[in-house]
Design a binder for this molecule. Structure first.
Ligand code: CP
Length: 308
C-alpha cells in the first residue's frame, strides 16, 4: 500500500522520481486544452474520492482535473455531508470507501484522522492537508523551484512568518531533497521542534533567526503563508497580525535575498498582510506556477500511489 501521507515518510528516491514524472507529464501535455485527456490514460476505469473537511480551491480543482486528464473519475465529498461528520468512525468510513473507489485523497483537521483513514483503507490514501502538514503543496513547490532555477539541493530557503503546516512540509523536504531552511518568525510560532530535529538529523542545516532582514540575506527562495490558518481561532487574528507584521515579505525584505531569488506563497493570500502585492506580482514571484504545478505534481503522486 503506497499511501502518500508526508514527505518525510516517503523514500527520497520515490520523491525525486515523482518530480521527474510530474515534469515529463507537464511537458507531454504541450499546451493542449485543460480538459483534453493525456495521451497516457493510466487512471482509465478508476474512481478517486476527494474528501474535504476544510475549504479548498487549488487542491479540489487540481486533483479533480488531474484525475480526469489521466482518464479517471472523481467523487468530491464534503466531510459534513458524509456520515463521517455525523458519528461514523473513520475506520468504518475507510473500509466502506475502499469497496467503491481506487484512491482516497483527504483534507482534514487532525493528523490522526488521516492516519486512521490510511490504517483502515485498503486503497492508497493521499494527504491533501492536515493542521500539521501539506506535502502535496511542497512537492509542487520543489517542482516549481527546479523548473526556474535547477536543482534545489544546497540552496537556502527562508520561511517568513508562521511555522505552520506548509512550513513543516518544507522542513521535511529539506531533509529529503538536501536544501537548507532558515525560519524567521516569532518564537511562539516556531515550527515543531521534532520536525526541525528530523531535518537536521538528515543533514539539512536548519537555522532560526528572529531578525527577518538578516535571515533573508543570501536566500535563493523566500516563502511565506497566511498569518491565520484555517484551523486557527478567529480570536487569534489580531494577536497574530501584531506578532507577524515585522515578518511581512515586502520589496525591502526581498532586496536582501540573492538577485535571482524566487518568491513563493501557496495561496490563498491576504495581500498586503504576509506579502505585499508588489512582491506577489513582482519579478521574483512564481506563485501562479506553484498553483499550476499542484496539478502536475499530484498527478505524479497519484500514479506513484497506484503503481501506474
Ligand atoms: N494551497 C492550497 O492548498 O490551496 P487551497 O486551500 O485552495 O486548496
Amino acid at each position: 500500500m503506497k499511501h502518500f501521507l508526508d514527505i518525510h515518510k516517503t523514500a527520497a528516491t520515490d520523491l525525486r522520481a515523482m518530480i521527474g514524472t510530474a515534469r515529463a507529464m507537464k511537458t507531454a501535455r504541450n499546451g493542449r486544452p485543460k480538459g483534453a485527456p493525456d495521451d497516457d490514460q493510466p487512471l482509465a476505469g478508476r474512481m478517486v474520492a476527494l474528501i474535504f473537511e476544510k475549504p479548498s480551491t487549488r487542491t479540489r480543482v487540481s486533483f479533480d482535473v488531474g484525475v480526469r486528464q489521466m482518464g479517471g473519475q472523481t467523487m468530491v465529498l464534503s466531510g459534513k455531508e458524509m456520515q463521517l461528520g455525523h458519528g461514523e468512525t473513520i475506520a468504518d468510513t475507510a473500509r466502506v470507501l475502499s469497496r467503491y473507489v481506487d484512491l482516497i485523497m483527504i483534507r482534514t483537521f487532525e493528523e490522526q484522522t488521516l492516519l486512521e483513514m490510511a490504517e483502515h483503507a485498503t486503497v492508497p490514501v493521499i494527504n491533501g492537508l492536515t493542521n500539521r502538514t501539506h506535502p502535496c503543496q511542497i512537492m509542487a513547490d520543489i517542482m516549481t523551484y527546479e523548473e526556474h532555477r535547477g536543482p534545489i539541493a544546497g540552496k537556502k530557503v527562508v520561511w517568513c512568518g508562521d511555522g505552520n503546516n506548509d512550513c513543516a512540509s518544507f522542513l521535511h523536504a529539506a531533509g529529503q531533497f538536501g536544501f537548507d531552511v532558515t525560519f524567521t518568525g516569532p518564537e511562539t510560532l516556531d515550527p515543531e521542534a521534532a520536525f526541525v530535529a528530523e531535518a537536521r538529523a538528515k543533514g539539512a542545516t536548519i537555522t532560526i533567526d528572529r531578525d527577518p532582514h538578516r535571515a533573508v540575506e543570501g536566500a535563493d527562495l523566500v516563502v511565506t503563508d497566511t498569518w491565520v490558518s484555517m484551523h486557527d481561532p478567529e480570536s487569534a487574528k489580531e494577536r497574530r497580525h501584531n506578532q507577524l507584521r515585522p515578518y511581512q515579505v515586502n520589496e525591502a525584505l526581498m532586496a536582501k535575498a540573492k538577485p535571482d531569488a524566487l518568491f513563493m506563497h501557496c495561496l490563498p493570500a491576504h495581500r498586503n498582510d504576509e506579502a505585499t502585492s508588489a512582491v506577489m506580482d513582482g519579478p521574483h514571484s512564481v506563485i501562479f506556477d506553484e498553483a499550476e504545478n499542484r496539478l502536475h505534481a499530484q498527478k505524479a503522486i497519484m500514479r506513484w500511489s497506484l503503481g501506474l
